[in-house]
Ligand binder design. Structure first.
Ligand code: SAM
Ligand code: SF4
Ligand code: F3S
Length: 477
């Protein structure tokens, strides 16, 4: 999952004949936000706008923002300052801000950052073309004003014409919002309560992707295990949805995030039984202290979580379990922190995102405790845990040396002349290959390992896959 405050443009390939302007999107936050950016790109290209390949080409800049911690919010304001400077050279340039900060702050954003031309909410993406037109009119009349479309509370499921940024991997939303209200988390306030998409819509979308030869879909929800709880039909739950999806001829199905309170034995059973469900589970534990878990309102204990890990490892052979942990939650003592260390040693996660607690105004923990652990202490705990997890990840990766793995080749690696891809259990592998293998499933022997991932050599394309056209033609000749 993308937990950094990195800003990156969404690469989009479609170019339409009509051009009302070029747009460039910065995305912060979770994978659901990345997917929303694909929705924004889809809405705009359908309305006649084109993607800009760099910022210098853009007439419209969109910020898709995140509020989960203070850092991405700070980043939004510093990037808005840079765009304000660009506007001095390009009078046409418009800045629109959407995503979770826009949803929460609404018109207050205009006061906080005067360079913003329009603001749109989490469920108002389809209104983008109208907002841009209005912002342009206001600009032409010399009265740039507060152009805004933000639902009071996001309570709709907006169906968007997503422009997928890959031709072989696609994200598919199954739920929006979250009704859990963990005491530290702002997400339910910025995305609204749980809303599940009807199963028929999800099945149709995945079938259409399979017909377009997509190899991998990633199902998205803040808590995928809560899928269906709002639909008032006991027949509909996440395990049923997964089983139905496995009937569709698509090689890989992934999903994120799972929740320790809501994952069922049935979901674990489907993962173990069905070949096209990948053996990776991202399931945030947050803490190993039962006292802290209760104060976080997470709904499980350390013992229940470790039992879950045991059951997963038993029923889903080779499963890679990754997690999120927060250090320095208010009132977390050294003894609480040691409980988390103990849990990490026992669970042996394949990887972990570790965060320093960031107080979020509006949340239960903020009003109950504010921020009691000093920042140097949070930093100390973060470093200890990072070091421990690095050691475990390295050891677990080294155990893979010699293994034959199926890898989906995603593109060039950072190392020149090398390519990278992902195993079924979501390990990054770097290997020597050629451009024509991008978007293909290959068999690969793991030859080396580091903390960052695996190294390997391609052995062959799996026999079960249809031969690529080129080879089929050769056979006929
Ligand atoms: N829905 C996911 C779940 O419950 O597993 C989590 C989604 S949240 C966007 C991603 C992660 O951000 C959380 O698992 C948590 O570790 C972290 N996070 C959320 N609020 C935070 C806060 N106030 N301070 C620090 N980290 C936080
Ligand atoms: Fe936030 Fe908890 Fe919902 Fe995850 S489950 S999004 S941590 S409230
Ligand atoms: Fe951030 Fe909103 Fe996702 S707060 S983590 S972008 S749901």
């Amino acid at each position: 999952m993308l937990h950094s405050a990195l800003s990156k443009p969404a690469p989009f390939a479609i170019v339409k004949a009509m051009n009302k302007g070029r747009f460039y999107i910065f995305t912060w936050g979770c994978q659901m936000n990345e997917h929303k950016s694909e929705g924004m790109a889809g809405v705009l290209t359908e309305a006649g706008y084109q993607p800009a390949h760099d910022l210098a080409q853009a007439d419209i800049v969109l910020f898709n923002t995140c509020m989960v911690r203070e850092k991405p919010v700070d980043k939004l304001y510093s990037e808005a300052g840079k765009i304000a400077m660009l506007k001095e050279e390009n009078a046409r340039l418009l800045l629109g801000v959407g995503g979770c900060v826009a949803q929460a702050l609404k018109e207050r954003l205009f006061r906080k950052s005067p360079g913003i031309d329009f603001v749109f909410g989490s469920s108002n993406i389809s209104e983008l073309p109208q907002l841009i037109e209005r912002a342009r009119r206001e600009r032409a009349l010399g009265r740039p004003g507060w152009v805004m479309a933000v639902d009071k509370i996001p309570d709709r499921l907006e169906e968007l014409p997503y422009l997928h940024s890959s031709r072989f991997q696609a994200k598919v939303t199954i739920t929006e919002g979250c009704s859990n209200f963990c005491s530290f988390c702002i997400v339910p306030y910025t995305t609204g309560l749980l809303r599940s998409r009807p199963p028929g819509d999800i099945l149709s979308e995945v079938s259409a992707l399979a017909e377009k030869n997509y190899l991998e879909v990633q199902l998205l929800g803040q808590n995928v295990d809560s899928y269906g709880k709002d639909l008032q039909n006991p027949e509909i739950n996440f395990a049923h949805l997964l089983r139905a999806l496995t009937e569709i001829p698509i090689s890989r199905i992934r999903f994120t995030s799972s929740h320790p309170q809501d994952i069922t034995d049935d979901v674990i059973a489907v993962m173990g039984e069905e070949n096209n469900i990948c053996e990776h589970l991202h399931i945030a534990v947050q803490s190993g202290s039962n006292r802290v878990l209760e104060d976080m309102r997470r709904g499980y204990t350390k013992e229940r979580f470790l039992e879950l890990v045991r059951s997963l490892k038993e029923h889903v052979p080779g499963v890679n379990i990754t997690t999120d942990i927060i250090v320095g939650f208010p009132t977390e003592t050294e003894a609480d922190f040691q409980e988390t260390i103990d849990l990490v040693k026992k669970a042996r996660f394949g990887g972990a995102f570790i965060f320093k607690y960031s107080p979020r105004p509006g949340t239960i923990a903020f009003y109950k405790h504010r921020d009691t652990v000093p920042s140097e202490e949070k930093q100390r705990r973060l470093e200890i845990l990072l070091e421990l997890q690095k050691q475990i990840t390295h050891e677990e990766n080294c155990r893979r040396i010699g293994e034959i793995a199926e890898v989906l080749v995603e593109g060039p690696a950072r190392q020149e002349e090398f390519f990278m891809g992902k195993t079924r259990d979501h390990k990054t592998v770097v290997f020597s290959a050629t451009e024509d293998l991008v978007g293909e499933l290959v068999s690969l022997r793991v030859t080396d390992a580091s903390v960052a991932g695996l190294m390997g050599e391609v052995i062959s394309r799996p026999h079960s896959l249809p031969l690529p056209c080129r080879e089929r033609v050769t056979v006929r000749v």
